[in-house]
Design a protein around this ligand. Structure first.
Ligand code: UD1
Length: 357
């Protein structure tokens, strides 16, 4: 029987791994789940496991927070004995976080095959730590599972052999498709009828006082036209506290469980974000998304979806908001292979790969 080992560590990747865990279970293979502990707060981790019905991890490495080097090194140090003992046929890593690159590095040196779910995405901006993680992980992976054609093209341009690349679609959308009916039943919980939903956690927006102050002032202006609901990531909360920034005009709430956040997204008038995954979820939902970044590793959300990159341009934010409020927001379509069946296609690709090994 084949043995697949999954490595997850941070919030977005719980959402990506859930459909693959389900599909592997249906296939009847043995599977082992390792949680690195990069995210450890109850509402950044445990509630996701519960709502997405992810089994309890077989191993929790408990690495916690730290600098990039120390967090990555700690995952490597603690993961190596686990993978040596488990001897899986293949290790699945997800997305672009520090836990992803750390696990890929360990496996490639132990000659254990690595499959990268969400391969090939590029922002072409190496000031983003995630971009470094994407490049290194893809370079080391044996099986590159891409969400869209741009991913295939990026990899081929970097010289990856086409037989390693499998376009499987967007696995995050599998979770959305599965749980949207439940989200639609969530009570409104006193949130306003019309609102802008905001999320913010990129180092480029929140780690400098000046940038965070600038973004927050823009949001206060937004709130003069439309209520702003802002579930605050722990990193952002820490910075707001450190810099002494606080604004009563915004509804700050704690990070939300997956289904509750999906309910809010689907009911929002507009989403303002610097997240990667939320650019995709809004495209699927047809909700206008204004992204506070100058680039995106998910260009299909701009080309086909509802996403607009407003970067740091305050005038552009005002203009796009005006478009939304006057009913002239960008319309989009759902990209191909964003259909809720990516988990199954991933298992098919794994099956072909393992048959040849
Ligand atoms: C990480 C990922 C980012 C992803 C994001 C989703 C990397 C390089 N970045 O960023 O790609 O979009 O997760 O959230 O891997 N903290 C807590 N509790 C937690 C987790 C974090 O308080 O459960 C605080 C810690 O003080 C920590 C800070 O948040 O230092 C940042 O956490 P970290 O995992 O380093 O990166 P994220 O900003 O969450």
């Amino acid at each position: 029987m084949k043995h697949v080992l999954h490595v997850v560590g941070a919030r977005p990747n719980f959402v990506k791994a859930a459909p693959v865990l389900l599909a592997v279970r249906e296939k009847g293979w043995r599977q082992t789940l390792v949680h690195t502990g990069q995210h450890y707060d109850r509402n950044m981790s445990d509630v996701f496991f519960t709502q997405l019905e992810i089994p309890q991890p077989d191993f929790n490495l408990g690495v916690g927070s730290g600098s990039h080097a120390s967090q990555t090194a700690e995952v490597m140090r603690r993961f190596e004995p686990v993978v040596l003992e488990q001897k899986p046929d293949i290790v699945l890593v997800y997305g672009d976080v520090n836990s992803t690159v750390a696990a890929a590095l360990v496996c490639s040196k132990l000659l254990i095959p690595v499959a990268h779910v969400e391969a090939g995405l590029r922002s072409f901006d190496r000031t983003m730590p995630e971009e470094i993680n994407r490049i290194v992980t893809d370079r080391l992976s044996d099986l590159l599972l891409t969400p869209s054609a741009d991913g295939d093209m990026n990899l081929q341009r970097e010289g990856v052999s086409p037989d390693k690349i499998h376009r499987v679609g967007n696995v995050m959308i599998d979770s959305l498709v599965r749980l949207l009916p439940l989200a639609r039943k969530c009570p409104k919980n006193g949130f306003p009828e019309k609102f802008a939903l905001v999320t913010l956690h990129r180092p480029s927006n929140v780690d400098s006082r000046e940038n965070l102050q600038r973004v927050m002032s823009s949001l206060v202006e937004v709130s003069e036209q439309l209520a702003v609901v802002f579930p605050v990531h722990p990193r952002t909360r820490q910075r707001l506290h450190e810099f002494g920034i606080g604004f009563d005009a915004l509804h700050f709430v704690d990070p939300m469980p997956y289904i509750d956040f999906l309910a809010l997204q689907s009911r929002s008038t507009v989403v303002i974000t610097d997240s990667g995954g939320i650019q995709e979820e809004t495209t699927y939902l047809g909700i206008p998304c204004l992204t506070l970044r100058n680039n995106t590793e998910r260009p299909i959300t701009v080309e086909m979806g509802t996403n607009v990159l407003v970067g740091e341009d305050k005038a552009r934010l005002d203009l796009e908001l005006e478009n939304v409020l006057s009913g002239r927001s960008k319309r989009g379509v759902v990209p191909p292979l964003w259909d809720g069946c990516t988990g199954t296609r991933i298992v098919d690709a794994l099956s072909d790969f393992l048959a040849g090994h």
